[in-house]
Ligand binder design. Structure first.
Ligand SMILES: Cc1cc2nc3c(=O)[nH]c(=O)nc-3n(C[C@H](O)[C@H](O)[C@H](O)COP(=O)(O)OP(=O)(O)OC[C@H]3O[C@@H](n4cnc5c(N)ncnc54)[C@H](O)[C@@H]3O)c2cc1C
Length: 449
């Protein structure tokens, strides 16, 4: 039977001009050879893409900011990629404290646009991550202890379902879909085209900081950070990165929504550790503070492939956990390889685990680690070292963050979603019973009675 629906939007088939650029994700390891890319300009283009794919029996992937960290998530061989990145409007309603954004926006673009107008929007550590993907998985970053996860601020959404029908979800209608979209992860229920967030006034100034230590001091710094960061004033967000032994260092960055003087005092328990090689604590107009924390992160020229794994620490890592960390850091290479920690608590932990799909609320910190490579023949070795380290750290972590997935995790549903997994499966069965939107670790529809 001939397909009835025509593709609309900016359509690029394999072999046509623009195809090679279209298939470049941030991580080259996730690039695939889809049959066609549709760059949607409006919601109807998304609906047409989904209908066309179903009529032609072609697998579908949604894409926004191209920052997927595992394979077969935002691209698939022979499939259709419905890319929303041209849908990037931003409409701030100052009176009602809301912003409506196209899901094709990048996090940094929104954070900057709002900061220019005196409003605050949560962000992570890269300006080019797509709001489309990051929101659905949760959205963590240094402001989360004050204003929650990105998804905690989501109050309405527009999504195109597997039939090509447009659904608006908020607290009054399709509230189950809103619940599932706050942490249930991308690529599960449909293709999202618009988000509405609640926003609040930004402070006039904020204090940013960056403290660095020699790599050799990572154990001392981490032990102190774990005791300090989860309980420090909740207006202070702290990211701790520990690079590879070869060429890396220890760096703590973040911001405090308050004065420099108070920040200096709050940071003292950690700045007094070891012998820092850099010690920058600076009060900036809020807009400049955003720029400080979101340095450029170009997508098309990023050349490292990565394997990540992630989890949450409820208790500080004991001394025994530092051994596998050290072994890992001695083996890995690459600019961004290593460990990353982010402090938990405050607004994130005030929300009950079952209140949204994002379950891991009661942790002390988030942790991820990654190994990277540029030569494809080195992929297997690097992937294995990350997964081996997960096995060794398993006694000290719970769960895993769906936005930083690891396809080596078996039976991953409860690992990503804890006790929320069964409700997510029910909602999946309601909105996508035929499992049209699926990827290697997507939510399986609950079986009908
Ligand atoms: C350099 C870098 C820094 C990062 N920093 C942070 C951070 O600080 N905090 C944090 O929380 N996460 C961070 N992440 C992880 C990031 O949140 C995830 O990779 C996220 O999924 C990326 O979303 P995207 O839209 O850019 O990616 P894409 O590759 O476009 O999509 C990723 C996933 O989301 C799905 N998806 C995307 N758009 C839609 C849509 N419109 N509708 C339905 N599904 C969709 C895709 O199908 C895919 O499964 C970072 C990732 C990278 C590479």
């Amino acid at each position: 039977m001939r397909a009835r629906t025509e593709l609309t939007g900016r359509v690029i088939f394999q072999g046509e001009p623009g195809y090679e650029e279209a298939r470049k994700n941030w991580d080259p390891h996730t690039d695939r050879y889809p049959k066609v890319f549709v760059f949607a300009r409006r919601t109807q283009d998304v609906a047409n893409g989904i209908r066309w794919a179903r009529e032609n029996d072609i697998p579908i992937r949604a894409r926004s900011g191209r920052h997927a960290l595992e394979g077969n998530l935002s691209q698939v061989n022979g499939g259709i990629v419905i890319d929303v990145s041209d849908m990037n409007s931003i409409r701030l309603d100052k009176k009602n404290g809301t912003v409506v954004v196209g899901t094709g926006n990048r996090v940094g673009r929104i954070a900057n646009a709002l900061a220019r107008q005196g409003f605050i929007a949560p962000f992570g550590d890269s300006p080019t991550v797509g709001i489309g993907g990051i929101t659905l998985g949760g959205g963590i970053g240094p402001l989360q202890r004050t204003i929650g996860l990105i998804s905690d601020n989501l109050i309405e959404l527009e999504m195109v379902d597997a039939n090509g029908d447009i659904i608006i979800a908020n607290e009054r209608q399709h509230s189950d879909l809103l619940w599932a979209s706050r942490g249930g992860g991308g690529g599960n229920f449909g293709i999202y085209t618009r988000y509405k967030f609640s926003v609040r006034r930004a402070p006039v100034r904020a204090t940013v900081y960056r403290i660095a230590w020699p790599w050799e001091q990572f154990e001392e710094v981490l032990m102190a950070w774990q005791r300090w960061a989860p309980s420090v004033n909740t207006r202070l967000g702290s990211e701790l990165t520990i690079g590879p032994k070869r060429g890396g260092n220890v760096m703590m960055e973040g911001l405090f929504l308050g004065s420099r003087c108070e920040a200096v005092r709050l940071l003292r328990p950690i700045t007094s550790i070891g012998t820092p090689t850099e010690r920058l604590i600076r009060s900036l107009p809020y807009r400049q503070a955003v720029n400080f924390l979101l340095p450029p992160d170009p997508v098309l020229t990023q050349r490292y492939s990565n394997q990540f794994s992630s989890g949450f620490g409820r208790e500080p890592f004991p001394r025994q956990a530092l051994k596998p960390m050290r072994e890992f850091l001695e083996q890995v290479e690459g600019e961004d390889a290593g460990f990353f920690f982010l402090n938990w608590g405050g607004a994130v932990s005030r929300v009950a685990p079952e209140a949204t799909a994002f379950y891991w609320r009661d942790a002390s910190f988030y942790v991820e680690w990654n190994s990277s490579w540029t030569v494809p023949s080195e992929a297997a070795r690097n992937i294995e070292v990350v997964r081996k380290t997960r096995r060794k750290l398993q006694p000290y972590i719970v769960g895993s963050y769906i936005n930083v997935p690891d396809q080596g995790i078996k039976d991953s549903g409860p690992v990503y979603y804890g006790a929320n997994y069964s409700r997510l499966r029910q909602i999946k069965a309601k909105y996508d019973p035929r499992n049209v939107f699926r990827n290697p670790q997507s939510i399986k529809p609950a079986k009908r009675d």
